[in-house]
Design a protein around this ligand. Structure first.
Ligand code: 1CP
Length: 356
């Protein structure tokens, strides 16, 4: 059973209309991690506030950072400035972001008892305050995007305590004790529905589920730990908020992309840069909106490489609802001039006859 999000209305801004199945040329555009370290104004505010979590839990600062890229680049979407690890933090794990290193969660669940993990609503309330502030400040032509991590990706950080190359500890736990791991996934699903529903009530017009580590699972494990929990979140959210599209971003899904698109019920799929856009176009339903999938390294490089990559993606998706984006987050060394050039390339008329 799939409940489909309602059709676009004439009042919907372009990005939202495309998520509801409309075709727009040129495509609307936003960039994953568009708020963040490549912007000097972000680095200045982070230094002033003293740390990453100090920014995330301060609604004025988080609102300001969400809006920073829009002042420079006129994107079609504003993504809430926060982090996927707010869910484990709200569930009681200690969270730190040291300078220049990745996040640390303690104790790692691999060496702890996680029975009875339920989120403390106070943590999420501060994020909803940011969403409300951003939405109130946004031009109505810009779509406000909320987000959360997908249960599998969140679990890898909770079990391991930090990011890891191959998520081996979490994958091993899922084989060794599937019932215990299922209880963790179920707790994250429950918290995620509360959290995303809260963001939608506060003003998010669409939400994205980031599954950054979906690519590390074998097909049967992918079905159980990526597709099934995502489908559960999607069906619960769609029952609560039938007008709010959900984007799923299963990074590294590869050949499992079509099953993910068909079985989770998400309205749109985000594609990473390893996927050939022509192939993705051929395996996805013709009316399904897609988002992506410029290689962040092509943006870092700029010039002819960037131009060719943008044309190839736009051409592959010219006949379906498409939101232009990167295949993963923007790299912090990316020159601002390259982002400016990208915005022009995405909005320029597409040369016809370029499809390979
Ligand atoms: O100032 C700093 O040093 C902090 C850098 C930073 C930023 C700007 C982190 C630490 N998180 C963020 C913001 C963030 N994270 C956003 C904001 C909105 C945007 O502009 O896109 C979003 C959507 C995220 C999502 C996120 N956090 C993901 C999923 C997407 C992805 O990139 O794969 C993941 C895996 C995280 C965890 C995380 N947070 C931060 C880091 C460095 C990491 C990765 C850690 C690791 O795996 O080692």
């Amino acid at each position: 059973m799939t409940v489909k999000t309602a059709a676009a209305t004439p009042h919907d801004p372009p990005l939202l209309a495309v998520l509801k199945g409309e075709h727009r040329d040129p495509p609307p555009v936003w960039l994953m991690r568009q708020a963040g370290r490549y912007l000097p104004e972000y680095r200045a505010l982070r230094a002033e506030k003293g740390g990453f979590l100090e920014l995330v839990y301060d609604a004025d600062a988080a609102c300001e950072i969400t809006l920073q890229p829009l002042r420079r680049f006129k994107m079609d979407g504003a993504i809430l400035f926060s982090d996927i690890l707010i869910i484990p933090h709200g569930m009681g794990q200690h969270l730190t972001f040291g300078p220049g290193e990745g996040p640390q969660l303690s104790p790692p669940l691999a060496s702890a008892d996680w029975q009875g993990l339920t989120p403390n609503p106070e943590y999420f309330d501060r994020i909803y305050a940011t969403v409300a502030k951003v939405r109130a400040a946004l031009d109505p032509s810009v779509t406000m995007l909320g987000f959360a991590g997908s249960p599998w990706t969140i679990a890898t950080y909770m079990v391991n305590g930090h990011g890891s190359k191959d998520q081996a500890e979490t994958r091993a736990l899922a084989y060794r004790d599937p019932a215990a791991f299922q209880s963790l996934i179920d707790a994250i699903v429950k918290a995620t529905v509360i959290y995303l529903s809260g963001q939608i009530k506060a003003g998010a017009q669409a939400v994205q589920l980031f599954d950054s580590w979906a690519g590390s699972l074998s097909p049967a494990q992918f079905e159980r730990w990526v597709i099934a929990p995502t489908a559960s979140i999607v069906s619960q959210l769609m029952a609560l908020h039938p007008d709010t599209p959900i984007i799923g971003f299963p990074k590294g899904a590869g050949a499992k992309l079509a099953a993910y698109a068909a079985e989770t019920g998400v309205d749109a799929v985000g594609l990473d840069e390893t996927l050939d856009p022509v192939w993705a176009d051929s395996v996805l339903p013709a009316d399904m909106p897609v988002q992506g999938n410029l290689d962040p390294l092509a943006l870092l490089t700029g010039g002819a490489a960037l131009e060719a990559a943008v044309t190839r993606i736009r051409t592959a998706f010219e006949n379906r609802p498409h939101i232009f984006n990167l295949g993963h987050g923007i790299i912090k060394e990316t020159p601002i001039a390259h982002v400016e050039a990208l915005m022009e390339l995405v909005r320029a008329p597409l040369q016809t006859g370029t499809r390979a």
